[in-house]
Design a protein around this ligand. Structure first.
Ligand SMILES: [Zn+2]
Length: 135
């Protein structure tokens, strides 16, 4: 059987648990390719694949093609780094909207020409509508 030729769940033949194409979804439920993980908003939890898919291909030099499989249970969220960067960016923007004199947070960026909010610059108190809390 050509299919069973590629079935090696304990990796004794190929050095990595191996499943034939089309059979992995019933045999290895916790496994997905990098592309499938990405579709779920995930990325591989390890740099080394946990298993592989193997199928016959006339285009491949040795007649066999493989695709790396990763454990879905060990996958990490794809957007982890982006979310952290977004938080950092939001904090930086908030700092630019905070008056260094009165420490109030405004809806607009503090003018660098003034170095503080117009109210502090004029010696008055900020209008309520200018404050973030009122926005
Ligand atoms: Zn101020």
């Amino acid at each position: 059987m050509t299919t069973l030729r590629f079935l090696d769940p304990d990796g004794s033949r190929y050095g990595l648990p191996t499943y034939p194409w089309g059979m992995a979804w019933t045999t290895a439920e916790d496994m997905a390719t990098r592309k499938q993980l990405a579709a779920m908003g995930l990325r591989p939890g390890s740099t080394h694949p946990d298993a592989q898919l193997m199928w016959r291909s006339r285009r491949a030099r040795n007649g066999v093609r493989t695709a790396a499989l990763y454990r879905i249970s060990e996958a990490k969220p794809k957007d982890e780094f982006t979310a952290a960067r977004a938080r950092g960016l939001a904090a930086a923007m908030r700092a630019r909207r905070t008056c260094p004199t009165c420490r109030q947070v405004f809806v607009y960026v503090i003018p660098t020409s003034l170095g503080e909010c117009p109210a502090c610059h004029e010696g008055g108190t900020p209008e309520a509508w200018e404050l973030e809390a009122a926005a």
